[in-house]
Design a protein around this ligand. Structure first.
Ligand SMILES: O=C(CO)[C@H](O)[C@H](O)COP(=O)(O)O
Length: 239
């Protein structure tokens, strides 16, 4: 039997979800210390992190931030958060980002916002990588969310066929009825697997395909996950 939500119930669910994103995003600011270089992720959960960080900066916190997308860069600049590029830094102390799905070993799927390549470069380079999510993103085994893969525009059709041969449906991402173009001028293929048995192996296989820039699978990269639980949070550390 299917249950239908009333409009009121649906709006309560949405509000709770937004509250959890806010709780997780704001909590993450506690991990940012004076003098740090911070990788700023992308998305609606990171929005709350940026708002609170902006407030802390206006109160005197000294940080340098490297954004994972043009969108995040604009948000941060509006709040007068100092922005740097890779030319100006030799390390990133901490990177904080959202995720589309997180499994029990803190492996994640990212890229729902199409920023996965810059997000991965920054997360990999950071001394500590924290993901911030609402409870709906938690999963026993990765695969509930589609897997975004960034590919070169040239020959994307061939790249898509090779990826599909690995056992998924592939859809070229569109936005407003136009092909979505990433900040790196690439395309995103959204890959729908029924189940992901071995995420690490799948990541390797997809990355071997010429034309693939990178995948949204972040394997063994997350140090800590902050989960919004209503107006509270739970912190899950990597085992
Ligand atoms: O990977 C991402 C963008 O490329 C986002 O972090 C991910 O899609 C989660 O976004 P949100 O916090 O809006 O749910």
């Amino acid at each position: 039997m299917k249950f239908r939500c009333t409009v009121k119930e649906r709006s309560l669910i949405l509000n709770n979800n937004e509250q959890e994103k806010r709780s997780a995003g704001e909590k993450a600011v506690d991990f940012i210390k004076d003098g740090m270089t911070v990788g700023l992720g992308t998305g609606s959960t990171v929005y709350w992190l940026i708002q609170k960080l902006g407030k802390r900066v206006s109160e005197g916190l000294k940080v340098k931030c490297i954004p994972t997308s043009i969108h995040t860069e604009r948000l941060a600049m509006n709040l007068e958060i100092p922005i740097v590029t890779f030319n100006e830094i030799d390390k990133i102390d901490i990177a904080i980002d959202g995720a589309d799905e997180v499994d029990k070993d803190l492996n994640v799927i990212k890229g729902g916002g199409g920023a996965l390549v810059r997000e991965k470069i920054i997360a990999e380079f950071a001394d500590q990588f924290i993901v911030i999510v609402d409870q709906k993103k938690l999963s026993e085994q990765l695969g509930k969310h589609f897997l975004p893969v960034e590919v070169t525009p040239f020959g994307w059709q061939a790249t898509a066929k090779y990826i599909a041969n690995l056992g998924c449906q592939v859809k070229l991402r569109e936005e407003d009825e136009k092909i979505f173009v990433s900040d790196n001028d690439n395309y995103i293929l959204d890959c729908y697997f029924e189940k992901i048995e071995d995420a690490a192996k799948l990541n390797e296989k997809i990355k071997m395909i010429t034309g693939v820039v990178d995948t949204g699978l972040f394997i063994d990269m997350v140090d800590l996950c902050i989960v919004g639980k209503g107006s509270d949070t739970e912190i899950i550390k990597k085992q």
